[in-house]
Design a protein around this ligand. Structure first.
Ligand code: ADP
Ligand code: MG
Length: 211
């Protein structure tokens, strides 16, 4: 893994979040408090502004810095959850190394596990985890089968899309939407949507770089 790909990914993610402003805002207005777009764009902007500083760091140190920055810039539920993802991924990469795709998949899964523990949530509760848990599982399975980068990226883009769409029919049992009961049905979870966008932006970037 190289720090330069992390930096490019943060730019692609910021662009994708900004391009989906009205969608993210209206999803959180429907089943939350309407601030999810603002939270995500503030976080993405802060990270992109740190590019110079991040460029000098190893990938694990850069991801750790990103996590700390998100903790101090994103308010709401999503800030500490996403921060714990990056910090836990960073710790695992530091311990295990980052020289194979399998190690990156293991570190990604550790990040998702940190969100699960911090949020005390699991799959099927209409949160970002409905995207992230299937991604972590699929990523690990594909790397253990030595799948090539193109197959991994294309599969993860599809998996994220399916997980995000699946939140539409769920009742929320965590987060602000948990108070809505059946009224949450019919709306995609905003955190699931932003995570799907982040996965898609990163995978598309990696596919582009492969060409
Ligand atoms: P807030 O809910 O504080 O307004 P945001 O609007 O930024 O914060 O983020 C809301 C998103 O956070 C939800 O759409 C959901 O995906 C995610 N979320 C909320 N609570 C949890 C939790 N306990 N575990 C996992 N994800 C959660
Ligand atoms: Mg909100």
């Amino acid at each position: 893994m190289q720090t330069s790909i992390i930096l490019s990914a943060t730019q692609s993610i910021q662009a994708s979040i900004v391009a989906h402003e009205s969608e993210l805002e209206s999803l959180d207005r429907a089943i939350g408090d309407g601030d999810h777009y603002i939270n995500m764009t503030r976080g993405a902007h802060a990270i992109v502004e740190m590019q110079g500083e991040l460029a000098t760091l190893s990938p694990d140190a850069a991801l750790q810095k990103i996590g700390m920055k998100l903790l101090s810039t994103i308010g709401g539920a999503s800030g500490p959850l996403l921060a714990s993802f990056f910090m836990s991924m960073a710790k695992t990469l530091k311990e295990n190394g980052d020289d194979t795709t399998e190690k990156i998949a293991t570190a990604f899964a550790a990040g998702v596990e940190a969100i699960r523990q911090r949020g005390k949530a699991d799959i099927g509760e209409k949160t970002m985890l409905d995207v992230l848990i299937p991604i972590a599982d699929t990523f690990k399975t594909l790397t253990s089968q030595n799948a090539d980068t193109q197959l991994i990226c294309n599969t993860l883009i599809r998996t994220a899309e399916q997980g995000m769409l699946a939140t539409k029919d769920l009742i929320a049992t965590k987060g602000r939407a948990a108070g809505l009961g059946e009224r949450a049905i019919g709306h995609i979870d905003p955190g699931a949507k932003s995570c799907q966008l982040m996965i898609e932006a990163t995978c598309k970037l990696i596919l582009e770089n492969k060409k």
